[in-house]
Write a protein that binds this ligand. Sequence first.
Ligand SMILES: Cc1ncc(COP(=O)(O)O)c(C=O)c1O
Length: 399
Amino acid sequence: METNTWMEQAEQTILHTYNRYPIVLDHGEGVYLYDTEGKKYLDFAAGIAVQALGYGNKEYKDALKMQVDKLLHTSNLYYNQPTIEAAKKLCEVSGLERVFFTNSGTEAIEGAIKAAKKYAYEKDGKTDHEIIAMNHSFHGRSLGALSVTGNAHYREAFEPLPGIVKFAEYNDLDSVKNLVNEKTCAVIMETVQGEGGIYPATKEFLTGVKELCQEHDILLILDEIQCGMGRCGHMFAWQGYGVKPDIMACAKALGCGVPVGAFLMTKQVAESSLKPGDHGTTYGGNPLVGAAVSKVLDILKEQKITDHVQEISGYLEEQLEQLKEEIPAIAKRRGLGLMQGLELNSDVSAGEISKKSLEQGLILITAGNNVLRFVPPLIIEKEHVDEMIEILKKIFHQY
Ligand SMILES: Cc1ncc(COP(=O)(O)O)c(C=O)c1O
């Protein structure tokens, strides 16, 4: 069937909540994707920071196939081996002590917020606690996750949103300090803001917020959904700052393609927050996703992926900086590890550049206010960076 016919059928049946790019993707191999017409694309988006292992990793596929044959689902009324193993490995790499598996990043945020609220409730029996979140943050689209998302565009039509949430400026410690009062139960933020335009936290800010939280017995919730799982050169971006959260949300590359998220916490928070009956999910942490998470963590460790990311991201940064010097339309580069952004001058649209990239066989997405976002599979090599830069040069030279 022709691409246009597929697209027409999609628009007649799938709710139009996305303005999709006009291709129908069919399969992938390594860091390349292929559409139904056989056109090849270099992938610098990784399904929005999901496909850390790229496409077609044999070990990963074999683990999934084996689990499909064995057992897919049991519910959380019973134990299952793959998920116990996944939890053990996730606790080991994070240094956090208890995990709850969800079906998405958004649900991980919901659970993290509930854990923080319950922790505060256990302390004083009250329900009027406040959360401090960040302007330009993104934590998901459900009502709870939207309540801590600092972007009017996503929130406006759905207000009032649940809970009392106050918004501070990211990387401005005083703006957080000014919002703290005796009702504050948690501060939530991305370690590196993604959708907001690729802004890494400064060390001073993250350290300062952690100290502030400790001083006032406030829980620090870090959203590692996009920046975690090795993307920023450490298994979790906060490990590079030496700042440990009380609660962490992760998802995306956690399952490398199967829908799974998780929120994790310290033993101390676990013992004073969610108890049997306070939270649950039918699918979350079923044997299939358990097998996926367990294998992903094994492969990332075996491949020493954080070392690779540190090395290759240095090269990517260098090349993006050089491109910025060459191309007047590029205003700034910023990012951490393999989560990079190029902010464009206002007379050039990032959306338009990403459409032109697609025509040239490069998958690139945008973020925030006119930013090109680079979140490739973590297995990319220098030759892929060079290929991407060549395509971008060709496009930008038309401006
Ligand atoms: C930082 C961050 N938090 C939360 C989410 C929501 O995750 P999901 O789309 O898996 O629900 C996203 C998704 O882009 C994200 O980037």
